[in-house]
Design a protein around this ligand. Structure first.
Ligand code: NDP
Length: 245
């Protein structure tokens, strides 16, 4: 395990949930963070709390290649380089295909797939030039199995899994690559579900009651960040013990 003190870590989706908690843990361990998301107030408040010497943010929509690149460049300008990217931003507006909520399908594809790709693109050449770097992509257990209502979300998370594996084999010997598959954890993600019948169906499955604190997933991200450069934890699947699906 390595000390992540002074590591520079770019985190997307840092305005809430896993991203926010991971940013706090990184700072506690002495790292520096570059934070991106759309909600400026959340990012500003978080950076005020963390300290402007060790944190910085830029309002970023990860569906924009230009904005994602601007975030990485903003971080490099502030801290000199980027050691690690946590490609975390995501949305989950679940619904049955028969509902035809195509705008939500587009949104999931744009944020969960294109956003992850633009994140990789924004740091990849920088990391290759430095012959060092780490990319941690956040998939989901929905990236390993499909349930009614998760066809498109799962499609995007299977894609994150494939992209992570492709990145791993292409960058072998140069970059550490990790893909994390969380189950049900307490964040704002469920609020991205706008289809009321889907929300009711999820509630009746009791996932809300068994969901565990976001800190548990952040700890798994930290575990990946703490690996010696010669080692990559390629996959982490983390669920509440009570989650059977
Ligand atoms: P949250 O909703 O709390 O966080 C999602 C983050 O993504 C927010 O910071 C949000 O910021 C950001 N985001 C959404 N759209 C965009 C966008 N277009 N551009 C930039 N940032 C965006 O949920 P989680 O913390 O749970 O989600 C983090 C990741 O974990 C996601 O990829 C999710 O799919 C995955 N995951 C979560 C699970 C859970 O149980 N919580 C389970 C499995 C996977 P803003 O709105 O300010 O832009």
């Amino acid at each position: 395990m390595v000390d992540i003190k002074d590591k520079v870590i770019l985190i997307t989706g840092a305005s809430s949930g896993f991203g926010r908690v991971t940013a706090k843990m990184c700072i506690e361990l002495g790292a520096k963070v570059i934070l991106g998301a759309r909600r400026e107030k959340n990012l500003k408040d978080l950076c005020d709390e963390l300290g402007s010497d060790v944190s910085t943010y830029l309002v970023t929509d990860v569906t924009s290649k230009e904005q994602m690149h601007a975030l990485a460049q903003h971080g490099i300008k502030k801290f000199g380089h980027i050691d690690s990217l946590v490609n975390n931003a995501g949305v989950m507006p679940l619904s049955l295909l028969e509902k035809g909520r195509t705008d939500e399908w587009d949104q999931m594809i744009d944020v969960n797939i294109k956003g992850v790709l633009y994140g990789i693109d924004s740091v990849y050449s920088h990391m290759l030039e430095r012959e060092s770097g780490q990319i941690i992509n956040i998939s989901s257990v929905a990236g390993k199995r499909v349930m009614p209502g998760s066809a498109v979300y799962s499609g995007t998370k299977y894609a994150v899994r494939a992209i992570s594996e492709g990145l791993r084999v292409e960058s072998a010997g140069k970059i550490q690559v990790t893909c994390i598959y969380p189950g049900a954890f307490m964040t704002e993600l469920a609020f991205t579900i706008k289809d009321e019948s889907m929300m009711e169906a999820l509630m009746s499955r009791g996932l809300g009651a068994i969901a565990q604190p976001a800190e548990r997933v952040a700890e798994s991200i930290i575990y990946a960040l703490q690996q010696d450069p010669g080692v990559s934890v390629n996959e982490i699947v983390i669920r509440p013990t009570a989650q059977d699906a």
